[in-house]
Structures are given as C-alpha cells and as structure tokens.
Design a protein around this ligand. Structure first.
Ligand SMILES: Nc1ncnc2c1ncn2[C@@H]1O[C@H](COP(=O)(O)O)[C@@H](OP(=O)(O)O)[C@H]1O
Ligand SMILES: [Mg+2]
Ligand SMILES: [Mg+2]
Ligand SMILES: [Mg+2]
Length: 299
C-alpha cells in the first residue's frame, strides 16, 4: 500500500532539498551570484532563486493541491528536467508513519520553503552556515522538517548532508548529541544583531556565544550538542526560517518558540515575520527558565 501523504511529501522534500543544495554549489562554482538587494540587510542571489524554483516545481508537480510558500515569492515553475525531482528518499519511505499523521487532508498542509538560509553568509564565503530548509506544517503546527547542508564535508570527502525530523517518528541524517552540563552556550545571529538582541544575550549570562548565520545552522548546533540555546530577540526571521528547524528540534525533544514562550502558527493565512523573535533550547535546558529570564526585555 502507498504511504500516507506526509511520508511521501517528506521523502520527496528530502531529495528536492539535496537537488537544491547541488544547484547552490553550482552557482557558487560558476562565480556569478547575481545579487539583488531585497531590503536593508536582506540579499537574494541566483542560488536563492534557482534553488526555490527547483523545490517548488518538484513539490507542486507531485502535490498540486498542497499550499507551498517560498521565501523568494512566486517562482516560474517551468524548469528543466534536470531540476525536477520526482523520486522520494527510499530510506525515509521505508519507515512507518506515526499514527497521528495517517489521515491528514491535502488542505491541512502548508509547506514553508527557505531555498537558501544564510544568504548573507553565502555571499561572504561562510559556506558551512548555508542550509536549505523545507518545513511541513499540519494545520498550524510545524510537524516535519528538512535541513540540508550543501557544504558539509562527509568523511569520504563528498559534500552535503540532509537532516530530517518528524514529530512522533524522530530524526535522521546526523548523530544527535547533548551539550555539556557545566556550560551554557548560546548561538545567535552573525549578521543581524542590534541592541535588544545583545541585551537578551546579557540577560542569560552565557559561558560562550557562537555567532553564525542562518536559522537552520543555529538549530543544527543545538541538534549536535554544540550549543544549549538559540536566542534571537528581534523580528527579522520569517516563518520559512523556523518551520523546518522547529519541527526537527522538537522531534528530538527540544523546543522553539517566540520570546514569550509561544509557538508560532504556520497556518496558510499567517503573516510571514516572526515578530516576537526566536528562542530555541535543547531537551536538557528548561525552556521556561530561559523565557522567564527574558521577561523584562523590551522587544
Ligand atoms: N533584520 C533582518 N532583516 C532581514 N532578514 C533577517 C533579519 N534578521 C534575520 N533575518 C533572516 O533570518 C534568517 C536568519 O538570520 P541570521 O542569520 O541573522 O540569524 C536569514 O534568512 P535568509 O538568509 O534565508 O534570508 C535572515 O535573512
Ligand atoms: Mg533571505
Ligand atoms: Mg532564512
Ligand atoms: Mg533564505
């Protein structure tokens, strides 16, 4: 019998994210980034545009009635055959769908696509920070996510790895780890800081601060036990930045909310900006303790 929609959608998204990662490497290798300034501190490159076309064309062809929202707006879906991904990841398709996702209707899904997270870092050569994010929401909540890291160096020398998470099933594509107990390491923005972002960090008295690009990469640091919390007390992130990271982190027992401790809604009609910032913690850290320490922050 064919797998439920959520399993097929996640499996296809895994392979679409990998293909998008290869496009991102190709654009960089050719050297013409085609940078456009969308707004203040907000760039778009040919890699963002092409990776989005690949992902949205592939997912729309297979799931024509599912709502898909991409960071780079409406894309031309008439892509070359080479960019059209039609097969889902076999390993994922062999897993068992958690019972709660067996009967989701197509109109209850929203797919949030960030074709290239960490664009600023991509243009500056911090290629480790770059990820491709595909988040799958059911009704208003982030349920499944893919974080593909196109420049991750595998032991054999091959580039790229694909991390997935599905609530009720778990995570795959990496080795999960917990951060050390005796320290409190925070990861935050490298390129979008301001005085309130800074004040939030001070309120939490971390033992170390790791400044890196991208919401995907910061959550990766949490998943691999290299940081305890991701703290960004600023409205700059959007729903496509957090949907996939939230689903993967929460599938591992962590939590991602706004600075008041509420989950964002990923429903089809929401505003894109995450107006109340982003706070994410690993399983071993009390999320509510972090939220309490930030309650006097005037964001
Ligand atoms: N002030 C701001 N203006 C525009 N985008 C912002 C922003 N602050 C954060 N973001 C977006 O949130 C994501 C993570 O940001 P950061 O690396 O600073 O933590 C980036 O996604 P993209 O690179 O996909 O655009 C970035 O553009
Ligand atoms: Mg962007
Ligand atoms: Mg992003
Ligand atoms: Mg982006």
């Amino acid at each position: 019998m064919s797998q439920p929609t959520l399993m097929r959608l996640t499996a296809l998204s895994i392979n679409a994210a990998k293909r998008a990662g290869a496009i991102i490497r190709d654009v960089m290798q050719k050297g013409n980034l085609g940078i456009v300034e969308k707004g203040k501190d907000d760039l778009q490159t040919e890699a963002d545009r092409s990776a989005q076309r690949c992902i949205i064309a592939s997912l729309s062809l297979a799931f024509p009635t599912i709502k898909i929202i991409g960071e780079e707006g409406g894309s031309d879906l008439d892509v070359c055959k080479d960019w059209l991904v039609t097969q889902g990841d076999e390993d994922f398709l062999n897993r068992t769908c958690p019972e709660q996702w067996l009967d989701v209707n197509d109109n209850e899904f929203v797919v949030w696509v960030d074709p290239l997270d960490g664009t600023s870092e991509y243009t500056q050569g911090f290629l480790d920070h770059v990820t491709v994010l595909i988040g799958i929401a059911v009704r208003n909540s982030a349920v499944a996510g893919i974080i593909h890291q196109p420049y991750f160096k595998n032991p054999g020398g091959e580039l790229g790895r694909t991390i997935w998470g599905l609530k009720g099933l778990g995570t795959g594509g990496f080795i999960p780890n917990e951060p050390p107990k005796e320290t409190f390491i925070i990861t935050t923005t490298r390129s979008h800081s301001n005085t309130i972002v800074q004040a939030a960090l001070e309120a939490l008295s971390p033992t170390e601060i790791i400044k890196v690009g991208g919401a995907g990469y910061k959550v990766l640091l949490l998943l691999e036990g290299r940081a305890h919390a991701y703290v960004f007390a600023s409205p700059g992130c959007k729903k496509w930045d957090t949907c996939a990271p939230e689903a993967v982190l929460e599938a591992q027992g962590g939590k991602l909310t706004d600075i008041l401790g509420y989950h964002y809604s990923y429903a089809t009609d929401v505003d894109y900006p995450n107006k109340k910032g982003v706070i994410a913690t690993v399983k071993s850290v009390s999320h509510s303790d972090v939220i309490t320490k930030l309650k006097n922050l005037n964001m």
